[in-house]
Every structure is written in C-alpha cells, then in structure tokens.
Design a protein around this ligand. Sequence first.
Ligand SMILES: NC(=O)c1ccc[n+]([C@@H]2O[C@H](COP(=O)([O-])OP(=O)(O)OC[C@H]3O[C@@H](n4cnc5c(N)ncnc54)[C@H](O)[C@@H]3O)[C@@H](O)[C@H]2O)c1
Length: 456
Amino acid sequence: MNAHVSALASDALAEPEAGAADFQVLLRKILARQATVAVVGMGYVGLPLSEAFAAAGFPVLGFDLDLQKLASLERGRSYMRHFSDARVAAMRDQGFVVTAQADQLSTADVVLICVPTPVTSHRTPDLSHVVEAAETLAHTLRPDQLVVLESTTFPGATTDVLKPILERGGLRAGRDFALAYSPEREDPGNHAFGAGSIPKIVGAESPAEQRVACALYDAITTTVPVRDTRTAEAVKLTENVFRFVNIALVNELKGAFEALDIDVWDVIAAARTKPFGFMPFFPGPGVGGHCIPVDPFYLTWSAKAQGASLRMVELAGEISEAMPEQVVRKAGAALAAAGRPSLIGAHVLVVGVAYKRNIDDVRETPARDIIEILRSRGALVAYHDPLVPEFTVGEVTLFSVDARREVLAGFDCAIVVTDHDDIDYEALARGVPLVVDTRNATAGLAADLAAKIVKA
Ligand SMILES: NC(=O)c1ccc[n+]([C@@H]2O[C@H](COP(=O)([O-])OP(=O)(O)OC[C@H]3O[C@@H](n4cnc5c(N)ncnc54)[C@H](O)[C@@H]3O)[C@@H](O)[C@H]2O)c1
C-alpha cells in the first residue's frame, strides 16, 4: 500500500474533519475490500480496470449499454485481442458480473465512469457519453457512494458538467456522496505496464473525498493525490499533449534530416543512448487512437475559452494532419521513380491499418486517411492486417487480403502504415516491387532488398 495514502486512510478513520462528510462507512468498506465497485463502460479502459479491482478482492459489476459486449463477457469471451479469454474467465471466477440494468448501479458503493470522450467534427469536446452516463447515475445515486470519472476530459468537466447532473436529485457532492477524478493511463497492448503498475492520479474537491478515492485506488496501485479535480484533469491532458507535440517534432525532424541526407532513425537510435534529458519519439504516418489525436483538442478548446493560446499544440496538430498526405506523396514519387508516373490505376497494398503496433484498434488511424487519399488519386487499394479482418473507409468496407506471394505479386507498391510483429517484412519486400515504410519496419532486412525500400 502507498505509505502516503495508508497514512491518509488511517487518519480519516481516526479523526474525521469537523462539519464535513467523512465517508467513514464507505472508507471502512473499501479498506476491507467489501465495497462493490461498478465500472461504467466495458471498453479498452473499463475492462482492465474491472480486472484489477476483481483481482484485488473487490466485488465488481461491469455496466455497459452494448449488449454484445456483455453477452461476450458472460460467456467468458474477450472482444479485445490483447485481453485474453483466460483473463475474462479469471475475472468471472473472482465474481465479476455484468449488467445493462441501470438500477443495479445503486447496489454499488463505488462507480467508476470509463465512457468515451471523443471530439465533434469541429474538434470540440463531445461529452455526450459522460452526460448520458451521469444522467443514468443521477437516478440511482444514493448517499455514501463514491463516483469517479476516469474518462479523459477538459479541466472543470468533473465539477462543471458531471457534478451538477449527479446533484439533480438533491444529493450533494462532498456532503452526501464523494466525487473524484482519476484519469486512466492505460496503454492497451503494452505488456510492460498495466493497471497494477501505473500510478493513479487522484483529484477531489475536499480532503475526505480525496482520502476515500485514494484508499480505493491504493488497493490496486500507487496513488498520486493532487490538489483538485481540475489539476488531475490537466495532468492527463499534459501527458498526451507532451506525446502529441513530440511526435510532431520528430516527424518534422524526419523531413529536415531527409533533406540533409540523414536517416532520422539512425539519429534517434544514437540520441537515446543519452542516459538523461532525452526521450525517444518515433516518426510515423500520423497519430491515431482514441487519445493522442483527440485529447490535445480538449486542452486547446478549454484554453481558448479562457483567452489563452496553445500555439505549439495547434502547430503539432497541423504537422500531424499533414502526415498521411506526405506518405501518399512519397509513395507517388517512389512509384514515379520506378517508372509509374501516376497513382491512377496503381495497385497499392496498405500494410497494417490499426493505429499502432500489435493491437486491433482502428480508431482515428492514419491508415484511413492514407487509403482515402490514395483512392482519391485513382489508386486501387487493398490492405493487409493480421489483427483487423475488416476495415471501413468512407462508405466501403474492405477485407484484409492475405500476404501470400501470389497475392503480393499483384501489387505495384506496399505502404507499411503499422508495424505489427505478425507481419513477415522480408516476404513482403520480396513479394512486391516497392515498399514505402513509414515505421522503419524493414530495418535489418537483407541488403539485396534495400533498393526496393523507401522510408517515408
Ligand atoms: N483506449 C485507451 O488507450 C485509453 C487510455 C487512457 C484513457 N482513455 C480514455 O478512457 C475513456 C474510455 O476510453 P475507451 O478506450 O475505454 O473507450 P471504449 O470505446 O473502448 O469503451 C467505452 C465503453 O463505454 C460504453 N458506453 C458508452 N456510453 C455509455 C453509457 N452511457 N453507459 C454505459 N456504457 C457506455 C461503450 O459501449 C463502450 O463499451 C476515454 O475518455 C478515453 O479517452 C482511453
């Protein structure tokens, strides 16, 4: 247990603050691991979080509107490639149950909200799922519950959006129920870090709410209490803006180094040997996923509303958005150099459409933009991704083609967009006349293949 928090928890049991709710009953239940934890949203975040609490000995209730997901969990089946059936089965053995019945949420002592927070087509925060979940909860909320928002959001969303909805029935946060914000930092598919090894940032509006929320997360990992919910919301956005800006920087360096005839991958490999002050980020075809391309806009929107600007973040956005076009331009130039002056009628294989290596998530993937641009230029596009059997681009659903030699022979060019481990890059480079590699996945292949490979 985190020493700081265990001290906080035992303080809370010893001497409650005068005049404020102390949530002693709830705290005792949490410390005894008898508090029922309901997780709203059984997605990339909610499912592993449920697993962590079930493994820590808490009764866990998974709530979602997606009946297919719930049916799958009831059968002991996972719907995420990186989360095995065996893990679901182990959770079921530990007593994990699922429901789509909102009234069941009143039986929980703790409710963790893990619903999506995308952006609208105008790049403004879309909190509709959080609002919907809050409205559901407002009907079932009862005194002495702890509600924690885990979804990524802008500073002020917990107090200004979630709290007023929860309070509609007359209960007050900090007095009748506890409210906190604790951003999820899960990195799906990253086997080095999971819910138990990633510290949890915890922000609340009163010491008692902070204590009870920290006591909860302290059961599964180390906790980092921060001043308030706004600070906790800002921490998450800062982490993702940091990645966003650095990925854009390295993509821009790639272009500059290319003009100077320097391989950016060689530079990063050497620079990262510095034991301090440098953290490697890698170029690619653009950013994807539910977080990195989305979260910075929560911050820019929120800063703009207060008259502050975030020019570096805006610029990083421009650089990132231009990457798919740059990849297609590179492919066009490479084909032209190989004697095919136009993309019209060119058979192009996009290799990897998931937004990052070894996962099956295609949300915000740059592969979609690359395929759309290629098609708009007249190319005939197919894709291969061992983890994504079908992929919808615009109105059209494509199906992954297999990468047998006879199939590869029909393409003029392959563009590596995602560098999954399960792809045989040697066979790919031998099978097609040209490989445009956005991920350095072909590094280390036999020297005789070098002439076929263009880094983009
Ligand atoms: N995926 C990641 O790697 C990651 C990492 C850190 C933080 N986050 C953040 O965590 C949050 C959740 O992301 P995710 O990737 O788990 O999303 P997801 O789409 O995988 O899962 C969300 C789940 O919530 C359910 N849902 C939506 N509205 C609901 C409602 N009103 N009531 C009940 N269930 C509802 C959906 O059916 C879905 O199963 C987002 O804010 C995201 O930014 C995601």
